[in-house]
Design a protein around this ligand. Structure first.
Ligand code: MG
Ligand code: ZN
Length: 435
């Protein structure tokens, strides 16, 4: 191998250079699958291991997270808080530049920063976004749009058409929610996508009506329903379809960002049942991506989180235990459970539809007291029962500054080891894209 390299370098011509570029020993992957678990701090992946444990076996089975863990990442934003939001963190993860909380791919001076998705498009790679939030929510937006505030949802959605890269639309394939922002009175972006030859579907069960790229699927008005309240794992279905659609469609490869968007939303609610179901959907989606890498070794899979949410702890109230099986016992999210209990006159009877463990007298009293106040109080009381039964602890309704984990698999995975800054992950992936 060394010998042939010397020969090339002594006969350095334009042709030889081109040959060197295509040399098989080049270690950069052609395809990039970048997965972000929004809010997925280390407590989430740990809790998921015990939640996922097969209790009929002696061992505690490893999860996909355990098998591809390679490092950790620092998530602090460009201010003095240490605690990031999803916009600043996604900007770091998409561009390699730290910014302020709320920033959508702009720096601290509110100047646009180039994202890896834009670079990939410049290089004629195919680009894709697969999320369970609205597709213009902070994380996917920070790959595609530029705005001084994550709250400017309509302006951000406009960028999905207007932010042209070499005259082309920035994203070739999009799955998520958000018709409220894309079909508006002042502008119908879906019609504009169709005019640009995009296939469009608006319900997840019709996802297979999409037969080619470019395409956009917007499966709800805002975000998709929580995985635990749905009949199917949305992210899994969308990830599988997206990889099948994009597979081998370009000899330049592809860049795909897949987000488990609502791990964070369940975390903000301090709802462990909801969070674990989102984790399960995300884990299954990682398995699909990992399988893709096995079949296409010219691919890198990087998985990380933007921050941790809720200050989740596994073990609470002075007891040395966490009741994973009792988490599994709840069939719906705490939000849905409290809605059902609020509407129904027989609280105990309604409860038994969603949990196999009847309410204790103490639990029933606290729920009835809350119910006589309002639905919001009942929601809080329901979560108190779930957290007490499972010994789950939370410290906040917001984010925390815990380092997150980095997982990598496939070609170039060795670049994502040790304690990294979140910007280092972006810088390395950008190197891969630049080639
Ligand atoms: Mg997000
Ligand atoms: Zn959040």
């Amino acid at each position: 191998m060394k010998k042939s390299l010397i020969i090339v370098s002594t006969a350095l011509t334009v042709t030889a250079c081109a040959q060197l570029d295509n040399a098989p020993e080049k270690q950069f992957p052609k395809n990039i699958i970048y997965m972000i678990g929004d809010g997925m701090g280390p407590a989430y992946t740990t809790a998921y291991r015990y939640y996922n444990d097969d209790i009929n076996t002696q061992e505690i089975e490893k999860t996909v997270f355990d098998t591809i863990l390679t490092g950790t990442a620092r998530t602090y934003p460009d201010d003095d808080t240490y605690v990031t939001d999803s916009a600043a963190s996604a900007t770091a993860l998409s561009s390699g530049i730290k910014s302020y909380n709320g920033a959508i791919a702009v720096d601290s001076d509110k100047k646009p920063v180039k994202t890896m998705l834009e670079l990939a498009k410049e290089k004629n790679m195919l680009t894709a976004l697969v999320v369970t939030s609205q597709i213009n929510h902070a994380t996917p937006a920070s790959f595609t749009a530029h705005n001084e505030s994550r709250r400017n949802y309509d302006e951000i959605a406009n960028d999905y058409i207007d932010n042209k890269i070499n005259g082309k639309l920035p994203v070739d394939l999009m799955f998520g929610g958000g018709t409220d922002y894309f079909i508006r009175e002042d502008r119908n972006l879906v019609n504009e996508f169709v005019d640009n030859n995009y296939q469009y579907v608006d319900t997840l069960k019709n996802i297979n009506n999409i037969t080619q790229i470019p395409a956009i699927g917007l499966f709800n008005k805002i975000g998709l329903p929580y995985a635990i309240d749905a009949t199917k794992n949305h992210l899994e279905v969308m990830t599988d379809k997206a990889l099948k659609l994009i597979d081998n469609q370009s000899d330049k490869g592809f860049f795909m960002m897949i987000e488990g968007s609502q791990i964070d939303w369940c975390g903000h609610n301090n709802d462990i049942t909801c969070a674990m179901a989102e984790m399960h959907d995300f884990a299954n989606s990682i398995e699909i991506a990992k399988q893709y890498v096995d079949n296409n070794p010219d691919t890198i899979l990087v998985v990380t989180a933007d921050h941790s949410t809720g200050g989740l702890t596994i073990g609470a109230n002075h007891k040395y235990k966490w009741e994973a099986q009792k988490v599994k016992d709840f069939k719906v999210s705490a939000r849905k459970l409290s809605k059902k209990l609020f509407k129904n006159s027989n609280l105990n009877q309604e409860w038994n539809k969603y949990s196999s463990t009847p309410l204790s007298d103490h639990e029933a009293t606290s729920l009835n007291t809350a119910k006589s106040s309002d639905e919001a109080s009942l929601f809080i009381a329901v979560k108190e029962v779930i957290n007490a039964r499972t010994y789950t602890g939370w410290t906040t309704n917001g984010h925390t500054a815990m380092d997150v984990q980095v997982f990598s698999y496939g070609k170039g995975a060795e670049h994502f080891t040790g304690n990294l800054n979140n910007t280092d992950i972006a810088k390395q992936l950008i190197k891969f894209i630049k080639g």
